[in-house]
Design a protein around this ligand. Sequence first.
Ligand SMILES: [Zn+2]
Length: 133
Amino acid sequence: MFVNQKIQKTPIYLVDKEKKESNGHFVQPLLLIEMSGIAGLYNPVSKYIGVVCTTRKELEQRLLSKNLHIKAIPEEQYRFCNSCSEFMQEGYYFETDDSTYCSRDCVDKKVGWKKYLHLYNSGLAFWTTWYNA
Ligand SMILES: [Zn+2]
């Protein structure tokens, strides 16, 4: 559906301004999707696209009216899956070629589960998180 359109994907946290950080304020990792004439938020877990506007400014204003604001996720706290390109903050990591996969399916497609288990036993591949609470 988004053929030939340049899509910019920025991993962000949606932060609730009303809640204090010390109380564990509401933080949700999402993708900010921007392309010509569209700005929206995408939830990679539920695969849900919400709050779609025409510009990022309009999107931020609409969020602000609900006391929500966008905070970019630091680069070291996320990866994209080497198989399906999905945004991820935890997943399978292969030290052998610095590749990452979001699910067993994606490991199976690109590497093979047997090979993963072999590397896992050698400590060269494992499940990890990049998320800092
Ligand atoms: Zn994947």
